[in-house]
Every structure is written in C-alpha cells, then in structure tokens.
Design a protein around this ligand. Structure first.
Ligand SMILES: *[C@@H]1O[C@H](CO)[C@@H](O)[C@H](O)[C@H]1NC(C)=O
Ligand SMILES: *[C@@H]1O[C@H](CO)[C@@H](O)[C@H](O)[C@H]1NC(C)=O
Ligand SMILES: *[C@@H]1O[C@H](CO)[C@@H](O)[C@H](O)[C@H]1NC(C)=O
Ligand SMILES: *[C@@H]1O[C@H](CO)[C@@H](O)[C@H](O)[C@H]1NC(C)=O
Ligand SMILES: *[C@@H]1O[C@H](CO)[C@@H](O)[C@H](O)[C@H]1NC(C)=O
Ligand SMILES: *[C@@H]1O[C@H](CO)[C@@H](O)[C@H](O)[C@H]1NC(C)=O
Ligand SMILES: *[C@@H]1O[C@H](CO)[C@@H](O)[C@H](O)[C@H]1NC(C)=O
Ligand SMILES: *[C@@H]1O[C@H](CO)[C@@H](O)[C@H](O)[C@H]1NC(C)=O
Ligand SMILES: *[C@@H]1O[C@H](CO)[C@@H](O)[C@H](O)[C@H]1NC(C)=O
Ligand SMILES: *[C@@H]1O[C@H](CO)[C@@H](O)[C@H](O)[C@H]1NC(C)=O
Ligand SMILES: *[C@@H]1O[C@H](CO)[C@@H](O)[C@H](O)[C@H]1NC(C)=O
Ligand SMILES: *[C@@H]1O[C@H](CO)[C@@H](O)[C@H](O)[C@H]1NC(C)=O
Length: 763
C-alpha cells in the first residue's frame, strides 16, 4: 500500500477534504498522545485526543465537512458519504472519471429488495456495499461513514421517499435493517474494527416531504406513544439497539412539538438510554435540520439558541455549516459548555477509532481492500439475484412465462429502454445498466421498441407507432408506471393513479388483442384496478427500481428462465384512499372518519394487499412444527429471564413444509401472520410475526421453512408504548390467504415486556 500512502499524503498536503488519509500515529504530532495507544478503550483514547482541541477547533469540527486539526496532524474528514443501494454520489464519494474506482455495484432500490423477504440476501448486499465502500476509502475516494439506510416505515402511499425503504411492515423493516447493518458494518458490533459505519435515518416520524404546504423542514408530526413504540420506532430499535449501528441521524420534522434534532426525549431518553446507544456512537443531523429548528420550526427565537438546543439534546454533528456559524456565539453567550462540545467530538472520534483510524494499518484486514474487491463476479450476480427475488407477479392468466412460440415482441412504454431510471435515487455509477430492451434481446427476442408516451403527459403522438408495432408482434410488453418525475425526495404525490395517459395507451394496446403483459415500475404502488379487472391484460408484474441488471431480471422472469416469488412490501390502496386521510395524519388506527393505515389497521379493501405475490407453480403446505394448543405467559417470561431484552426472547420456532406441486422450480416466501382477540381495542387486522424465503424448490420436492417467533412479535403496545404479552386466543395464518393456520391460547396474566420512556416534557 505504499503507493496509496503517497497519494493520500499528497491529497492531504493539497488540503483536499476528500483525502481520507488516516492520522500518523507513528511519527506525527499525535504519536505520544493516548489516542494512539491501542491498549486503551475508544472513549479514553478519543477523550485524550479531544482534550488537545481549543474551543474554536472543537467548534470547527462539529460539521460534516470537518477540517481536522492541522497542527495536531489530524486530517480533514468528510462525514457524509452515501450508499443506499451501492456506493453513491455524495459529498464524501468521488468516482474516478475512468478506470479503477470509476463505478461500483448498483443494487435495486430498497423497496424492491424488501420485496424479496430474504434476510440472507440483504446481509450479503450489506457486506458487499460495505466492502466496496471501504475499498473506495482506502484509495481516498469515499469516507468510512455511510448515511444509510433510510428505515422510516413507508406508511403513506404518497411519500416520495418510500422507494428508499423496505416497505410498510415494522417487523419486516426490523429484520431487514438488522441484516443490512450487520452486513455493512462487518458483523454484529464487530471488534476490533468496523468495516464501515452505517447510519440509521431519519429518527423519527419522518415520512412527508412536501404536501399541501406542509414541508418536511417544519412539519410537526403528532404521534401517540403507542404508535411510536409499535410502529414508527420498531426499525430504529432493531438498528440502534440490536444491530448496534455506529451512527444515528435525527430528522427534519418535529415530533409532538419538538424538532427531532433538539429533542432530548428522542435522542437521550429513547436513543442513548432505552436503546443503549453507546458513547462511541454518534448522532448527526439531517442536512440543515439544525438550522430548521430556528426556521421554519420557529422553535427558538435566535439561531444560536437552535444550535445550542441541538448540541445539548445530543446532536453531535451538524450536516451543513450552522454549528460552525452559530456555536461560537452560543458559546460566548454561555448557552453551551465546553464539556458539551467535547462530548460531541468524543462520540465522533471514538467511532473513528473503532474504524481503525488511529491504528497500525497492518492490523486491519479492511485496509487491504482495493479495486479487486469492487464489482466482483459474486457482487454482479447478487445485484441480478436481488432484482429477480424482488420482482412481484401480481396477475397472470397463464400467459407468463411467455410461450416458446413468442419470438417477436413489441416493447412499449416510458420504462422500456430505462437505464439510470432503474437506479431510482441515491445512486452511484453502475458498471453497466441492462435496460429492458437489452434484457429482452439477451433472452433471444426480436424486439421492436417504441417509447409511446412519457410518464406524465397527455401527448398522444406516440400512440400510433406503438399500436403499429404491437400489431406486428407476437406479444406486447408495456413497461411503464411511475418514476422520479412523480415520486422523489422533496416530492410527495397527490394521487396514486397511473400518471399521464399511460392507461389510455395500454387500452389501445389491449384492443390489438395480442398477449399483453404490463410491467409496472417505480417504488410506490398505483391503483391497478382497471388492469387487474380486465381480461385483455394477461399479466401484471411489479418491478420497482431494479438496479443495474433490472432489464435482464425482468426478462428472465417473463421468459421463464427464473420464476417470480417476490411479495408486495406495501399495500396497494384504491385511488380514493388519498381523499380518506390527510398525509399529515400520523395516526394508524381506524375510526369513524379514518380508514386506518397499512395492512395492519386499514379496514378498506386493498387492490393488492401487503404480502401479495403469485408464482409460476403451485404449492401445498403442512406444519412441520405446529404451535402447541396453549402457552402460559408466566412460563414464557420465566424461561426468558436470561435474555437481554424480553421482547427478543423466543416464543417458539415453528416450521412449515412447503411442497412444490406444480411444474416449475420456484422460490417461496413463507409469511406468517398472527391475529387474535387480545390487548386493547381496536385490534389490528393481523401482523406479520415471521417470514422466510425458501430457494429453488424443484417440482415434487419439499423444503422446510423455519419460522422463529419472539415474545415481542406477539406482543402489543399499550397507550404508554409499553409492550405487553396479553392472554387470549391467537390465530396464525400462512400467506395472505391463510393457506395453513393454527390457533393457540396464551394463558395466565398479561406480562409487561418493555418499559417505554415517558415524555415528561410538555410542549
Ligand atoms: C475555523 O474555521 C474558520 C472558517 O473556516 C477558520 O477561519 C478558522 O481559522 C478556523 N479556526 C481554527 C482554530 O481552526
Ligand atoms: C475527484 O477526483 C478527481 C480525479 O479522480 C479529482 O480531479 C477531483 O479533484 C476530486 N474531487 C474532489 C472533490 O476531491
Ligand atoms: C414560523 O414563522 C414564520 C414567519 O413568521 C411563519 O411563516 C411560519 O409559518 C412559522 N412556522 C411554524 C412551523 O409555525
Ligand atoms: C466572543 O466574545 C469575545 C469577548 O467578548 C469576543 O472577543 C469575541 O469576538 C466573541 N466571539 C464571537 C464569535 O462572538
Ligand atoms: C436506449 O437507451 C440507450 C441508453 O440511454 C440509448 O443509447 C439508446 O439510443 C436508446 N435506444 C433507443 C432505441 O432509443
Ligand atoms: C415526452 O416529453 C418530452 C418532453 O416533455 C416531449 O418532447 C416528447 O414529445 C414527449 N414524447 C411523447 C412520446 O409523448
Ligand atoms: C395537456 O397538458 C398541458 C399541460 O399540462 C395542458 O396545457 C393542455 O391543455 C393539455 N392538453 C390536453 C389536450 O389535455
Ligand atoms: C423482427 O420483428 C420485426 C418487427 O415485428 C419484423 O419485421 C422482423 O421480421 C422480425 N425479425 C425476425 C427475424 O423475426
Ligand atoms: C377492458 O379494457 C378495454 C380497453 O380499455 C375496454 O374497452 C373494456 O371495456 C374493458 N373491459 C372491462 C371488462 O373492463
Ligand atoms: C379519527 O382518527 C383521525 C386520525 O387518524 C383523527 O384525526 C380524528 O379526530 C379521529 N376521529 C374520531 C371521531 O375519533
Ligand atoms: C383472525 O382473523 C380471521 C379473519 O378475519 C377471523 O376469522 C378469525 O376469527 C381471527 N382469529 C382470532 C383468533 O381472532
Ligand atoms: C429436494 O430438496 C432437498 C432438500 O432441500 C435437496 O437436498 C434435494 O437436492 C432436492 N431434490 C431435487 C431433485 O431437487
């Protein structure tokens, strides 16, 4: 690595922030400081380092573009790198213009990877993204702190950033984020070194961009303790407490009157204390979120008070420059103390110590990663597999897989020749982007491609060419839906119908009376009623934002090379849902005016429900390990007395034998839901308690899906947010239609599993 060292040193000499050289603990000014003493713990080491900083040096290093302390040989560092589904363009990431490090593996958007319901897949994706990120860092082209994942639950179908998340279900999100973070960081709380540090965001209650004048920067989300504990925080608990992620991000919005980045209840009582978020882990603000405390939240009357409130609440780092601009004044006005400033920097540098920042390079296997660790054949295969596993078959009259007699296809629509469109947002440079057109050609089809219409337009001039091509073809594939012109960061939707005149074009294609397959792209769901109910639409597939191999994955499924087994990670609501509940309403439970939210509480009829997905084959099911008839709550809790957290203690591991009774090798996702008469009304419709993906079940063969269930999976939160295991009758049902079910009783008295912190601040 000597050549690399030279490059890094010259980058530092040039004063570039994107240098990422590690401090010199051998012969630099810090060599004799305890920060370089590897026998000490990270907090002791970071404390010794930060003790050397003057107050102006402390303040200058509270922002993401941190200048370091040149007189101490402490390099500049850019804390803000992104990697939502692969190393991504961001202030900390610099793709080379050609050759080595000019690209990185680009996986599907999380919403599609969520649809795979495959925890092992997600952990593998995390490992690869973390490895590629570390390789970029070793060559000065990325930080080692990545502000990913986005795990706010996708509660409202209008949310522009729902595509960045794995979906709407709290248990699924908790599992997904646990596996992703363990993969990214290089293990569960890995010692001695993290591979990279991941950042779970946005804490908390953030799922609105800009809707009817309500802007994320100033929105006050009113959330009950019950909904916080049971829904909005579930994935964060999994990330911060269980996966032990290295960093957290507070969100733009306020929760119950307090902007998240100034909220000691969120950042101290819940995050640091309830979730045991250790002192060698740090908290960043979302970008300009500290500024937003002052305006537009108007939470403080001066900017320096906003900076002080954020620092005192526990926001260690400001993404932006607001801390650098206003903490000097806050300090002069005694709104903050030197101790508070030092604490913030100790958290950050202790985290860098856990990344090996001050340790001998030869001790650290991650420091050996190089270009050979990027874009490896297994990484490319995994990006393809992730797309295949996520794609959901919503409707099929037998037209799919396409029969061998179909050779000439008309491939029509605004997604037909998609390339970067398939990456959604927060993406980097992919090694290649296989469009649907290319995927179809690779599968041997004679393809006629016609754009037809834009995502959002009423221009019909392209229809005639589309219909003409359709008439010449053996089959018509329409590739459309929504994309970033309709849903994106800062862009919520007002309708959940098909945008523009795409349904008009599809209607003209239906009239051609050839086999017609609609492939719907985009992260959010749109109301497919007319396509679902019309026999001249033969099949309907949802492909999300499928990433670098998206077109190949889609056509390998359409042609039958591989079989679909993805499941909708979100509810597809009828179009009028947006008129039934305002986006600003955070309540989940239905009442006389509200239909409720998500499959857990929605009382209306979805077009396609959460968890829905068809196959090319058929299955039969039987219990390999059924639940007992009854369990005593006090016995269950007593058996869990050595568990760190009662909610994570096992209830039982059930198992289901899944037999492929059809003709096509296929994966199968076992989704196990629970419902019952327990707890406080109104009862949830049902909740997902466990899932497992079985791979490549051959015709006639049987695999056993193990379905572990924890006490927390069966518990519900009371109005204070405390989880309880309630006595009552429970029903377990496999799959959305309950293809296999079993009842059991919980006997004894209700047992409290968690004590959710209560918010004593009134605002
Ligand atoms: C802090 O940053 C400001 C602005 O970049 C700079 O002028 C000043 O010299 C820095 N102070 C120290 C002590 O590094
Ligand atoms: C990014 O890398 C290119 C060449 O690899 C270099 O010219 C440029 O200065 C770098 N940008 C930053 C912000 O460091
Ligand atoms: C903050 O004050 C501005 C100016 O008075 C006002 O327009 C805005 O609505 C206020 N924001 C909130 C969240 O109250
Ligand atoms: C802080 O106060 C000192 C002494 O009153 C003054 O010299 C200095 O300019 C002030 N700094 C800021 C940033 O207000
Ligand atoms: C399809 O997209 C690629 C990449 O953007 C472009 O080079 C090509 O010209 C497009 N093909 C057609 C037929 O428009
Ligand atoms: C698509 O939109 C572009 C830009 O608005 C427009 O120039 C083009 O004519 C549209 N194409 C079709 C087929 O509607
Ligand atoms: C098409 O859309 C444009 C812009 O939204 C609008 O001005 C125009 O009236 C529309 N034309 C038709 C025929 O609906
Ligand atoms: C490919 O499709 C076009 C358009 O339908 C057709 O004219 C052509 O004959 C086809 N080629 C082959 C080899 O089938
Ligand atoms: C199916 O769609 C076609 C084209 O839009 C339409 O003419 C027909 O009435 C529809 N049939 C039903 C049953 O909705
Ligand atoms: C019903 O719930 C909504 C929130 O989902 C709330 O705004 C409304 O006040 C509730 N109505 C009644 C009658 O409780
Ligand atoms: C679970 O839900 C199903 C379907 O709504 C219902 O028939 C059944 O009675 C419920 N089971 C229990 C134990 O409440
Ligand atoms: C059937 O499944 C078993 C266990 O999953 C596996 O070992 C075996 O190879 C499979 N048989 C075939 C023919 O695929």
């Amino acid at each position: 690595m000597s050549l690399q060292r030279v490059v890094l040193v010259s980058a530092l000499a040039a004063g570039s922030v994107v240098g990422y050289s590690f401090p010199d603990c051998q012969s630099g000014p810090l060599a004799d400081n305890a920060v370089c003493d590897t026998a000490l713990d990270p907090i002791t080491r970071a404390t010794a380092l930060v003790k050397l900083f003057t107050v102006p040096e402390l303040i200058n290093n509270t922002i993401n573009t941190s200048p370091g302390v040149p007189r101490l040989g402490l390099p500049a560092y850019q804390w803000w790198s992104e990697a939502l589904h692969g190393v991504a363009d961001s202030p900390g990431v610099n793709f080379s213009t050609s050759g080595e490090f000019s690209y990185a593996t680009s996986f599907p958007q999380p919403i599609l990877m969520g649809a795979a319901f495959d925890d092992e897949l997600i952990q593998s994706v995390g490992s690869i993204v973390g490895m590629e990120g570390r390789a970029f860092n070793n060559y000065g082209l990325a930080g080692i702190d990545f502000w990913t994942p986005n795990i706010n639950p996708f509660k409202d179908p209008r949310w522009g950033r729902g595509q960045e998340t794995p979906g709407e279900d709290p248990h699924h999100l908790a599992q997904y984020v646990y596996n992703l973070v363990v993969g990214l960081q290089g293990g569960l709380d890995p010692k001695p070194y993290y591979q990279v540090v991941s950042t779970c965001k946005h804490f908390a209650g953030y799922d609105l961009e800009d809707w009817e004048g309500n802007v994320r920067y100033g929105f006050n989300a009113l959330i009950t303790s019950q909904d916080l504990a049971e829904y909005y925080l579930s994935s964060f608990q999994s990330c911060y407490r269980d996966a032990k992620v290295g960093a957290a991000m507070c969100s733009y919005n306020a929760v119950n009157g307090v902007p998240s980045c100034a909220d000691t209840y969120l950042l101290q009582d819940i995050l640091r204390n309830f979730y045991s978020f250790a002192q060698d882990r740090w908290i960043t603000s979302d970008c300009d979120a500290v500024d937003n405390i002052y305006s537009p939240h108007n939470y403080t009357t001066t900017p320096q008070q906003a900076a002080a409130d954020a620092l005192k609440a526990g926001t260690d780092l400001d993404c932006g420059t607001f801390y650098a601009d206003w903490l000097p004044i806050a300090y002069n006005e005694s709104l903050i103390t030197e101790t508070e400033l030092r604490a913030a920097l100790i958290h950050q540098y202790a985290s860098l110590i856990r990344l090996g920042y001050f340790d001998p390079e030869e001790w650290q296997p991650y420091r050996a990663y190089n270009w050979n660790n990027v874009n490896t054949p297994p990484a490319q295969q995994l990006a393809y597999q992730a797309a295949v596993e996520g794609i959901v078959l919503l409707k099929n009259d037998g037209t799919l897989p396409l029969s061998n007699s179909i050779k000439n296809i008309a491939l029509i629509g605004p997604w037909a020749n998609a390339t970067t469109q398939m990456q959604g947002n927060y993406f980097g440079v992919a090694p290649y982007l296989i469009s649907p057109v290319m995927g179809a050609m690779e599968d041997g089809y004679n393809v006629t491609y016609v754009f037809g219409t834009n995502i959002t337009s009423n221009e019909t001039s392209g229809f005639a060419a589309a219909v003409a091509a359709a008439k010449e073809a053996d089959a018509i594939i329409y590739a459309g839906g929504i994309d970033l012109t309709v849903e994106a960061e800062a862009l919520d939707r007002y309708t959940i119908t098909w945008p523009g005149n795409q349904l008009d074009l599809i209607a003209e294609l239906q009239a051609v009376a050839k086999p017609l397959v609609v492939v719907q792209f985009g992260g959010g769901q749109i109301d497919d009623t007319v396509l679902k109910g019309n026999n001249s639409v033969n099949a309907l597939v949802w492909a999300g934002y499928p990433g670098q191999s998206g077109g190949k994955a889609v056509f390998d499924i359409l042609s039958g090379k591989v079989a679909p087994a993805g499941r909708l990670p979100i509810t597809q609501y009828p179009a009028n849902y947006v008129d039934e509940i305002p986006m600003t309403d955070m309540d989940l439970r239905p009442n006389v005016t509200s239909p409720g939210r998500t499959y857990i509480w929605y009382i209306g009829q979805p077009i396609y429900e959460f968890g829905y997905g068809k196959h090319y084959t058929t299955f039969s099911y039987k219990w390999a390990q059924a639940p007992a008839c009854s369990y005593n709550i006090q016995d269950l809790v007593a058996a869990a007395k050595y568990a760190s957290y009662l909610d994570n203690a096992p209830f039982a591991t059930l198992a289901v034998d899944v037999t492929n009774t059809g003709q096509v090798t296929s994966d199968y996702v076992s989704l196990l839901f629970a419902n019952g008469t327990y707890g406080t009304a109104p009862y949830p419709n049902k909740v997902l308690v466990s899932y497992a993906r079985s791979h490549s079940i051959t015709p006639g063969n049987t695999t056993t899906a193990n379905l572990p269930i924890t006490l927390g999976n069966l518990a519900r939160a009371d109005t204070n947010g405390n989880f309880w295991l309630y006595p009552g009758t429970y029903e377990l049902a496999l799959d959305t239609s309950g293809v296999l079910s079993a009842n059991f009783e919980l006997t004894g008295t209700a047992a409290q599993l968690t004590s959710f912190p209560q918010n004593t601040m009134t605002s």
